[in-house]
Design a protein around this ligand. Structure first.
Ligand code: DP6
Length: 349
């Protein structure tokens, strides 16, 4: 007899960026962050976990390829934590089925091309932890699961929730108060869309994990960033509750720029944006300027993670115009793929 469960988790894209750890083992951040979880029908990871008495080793396949589970590494931290939680259930209830000691086989797939250059660790670790919680029939809340997913990859803790999600940095040295929570559900602002412009599928460059620690160690600008983030967290939360896109856009773009500024202030410097990324910043800035000059409000917001791909947040009614503008400006070969997400349509192509 075997036990099996499957779970999916979507990708999330931060508006207030997580960049820097105060504890690299427990993955505790130097600042709180806030993101939007994309809708479940688009970019997501799906993970199946099976516990079987005949298995001899914990094993994982990522997109069909065997991956290593290093002892003490991030994968084994998450698997061990979930297995311990199952042991507690079995110890507390003599009638509970005993399979916590069975080895597990885990298969995880992304429904977006791995080559798309989009970070998959957030959706990947969230789906892994969620599938193990289902496998082990744990009473754990999404908050509890976010604490475990966080130890797989910091940004993963936010993918356990839909809609607008904050990861509270916390102060406890054991990380017990560093978890994600929903700020507002997707339906509270269903007009909000995300357009993902895949500028490059190049995997080379500095990983988030290595890059952020180098920033913590060498950037002087980083202290200034830590000082401004709490105010931004409060202001963007207010913008979300009021559905004030203008304020949301201003803060999102400022925080993306602030993150890329501390990356540049790192020694040696880290460059994540390329010429296409900078041209997208210029186009969005100009698009907003025309509206602001006419006495209107901002109509789009760009944000970039640890790579050149742009995510543009905008109210649904502006998405078509933005796509047309980008297509007109750039030669076709500038983009590998474009997705309009967090709503119904998919303008892939
Ligand atoms: C720029 O969560 O990938 O996307 O915790 O080391 O796995 P680790 O880092 P990771 O970093 C994400 C950085 C970011 C900003 C964000 O998502 O908040």
């Amino acid at each position: 007899k075997y036990f099996q469960a499957t779970a999916s988790a979507p990708v999330n894209i931060a508006c207030i960026k997580y960049w820097g750890k105060r504890d690299t083992k427990l993955i505790l951040p130097t600042n709180s962050s806030l993101s939007v979880t994309l809708s479940q029908d688009h970019l997501r990871s799906t993970t199946t976990s099976r516990a079987d008495p005949s298995f001899t080793e914990d094993t994982i396949w990522l997109n069909g390829k065997l991956d290593e589970i290093k002892p003490g590494g991030r994968l084994s931290t998450c698997i061990d934590a979930m297995r311990r939680a199952r042991e507690e259930v079995e110890d507390a209830d003599p009638k509970a089925e005993k399979f916590s000691q069975c080895k597990v086989h885990i298969c995880s797939y992304n429904n977006f091309p791995t080559a798309a250059g989009l970070a998959s660790s957030a959706s990947g670790f969230a789906a892994l932890v969620y599938s193990l919680a289902k496998l082990y029939q744990l009473p754990a809340s999404p908050k509890d699961l976010s604490i475990i997913a966080r130890q797989g990859s910091g940004s993963a803790c936010r993918s356990l929730f839909g809609g607008f999600v904050a990861w509270r940095e916390g102060t406890a040295p054991d990380g017990s108060d560093s978890f994600a929570e929903q700020v507002a559900p997707e339906i509270a602002w269903s007009d909000m869309h995300a357009l993902i412009c895949v500028v490059s599928d190049d995997k080379k460059g500095t990983s988030s994990t290595a890059g952020m620690q180098r920033t913590v160690e060498t950037s002087t600008l980083f202290e200034q960033r830590k000082a401004v983030v709490p105010g931004r967290m409060r202001a963007i939360t207010e913008a979300i509750h009021k559905r004030d896109f203008d304020q949301f856009a201003e803060i999102t773009m400022k925080d993306s720029n602030s993150f890329h500024a501390v990356a540049l202030d790192t020694d040696p410097p880290i460059f994540y944006l390329n010429d296409v990324s900078r041209a997208i910043i210029a186009i969005v800035t100009e698009y907003n300027r025309v509206s602001l000059d006419a006495g209107g409000k901002r109509k789009a917001a760009y944000t970039f993670d640890a790579g050149p791909n742009a995510v543009i947040y905008a109210p649904k009614e502006n998405i078509k115009e933005i796509v047309e503008m980008i297509v007109e400006y750039f030669p076709q070969e500038s983009f590998k793929d474009t997705f309009a997400l967090f709503g119904k349509e998919d303008v892939r192509g």
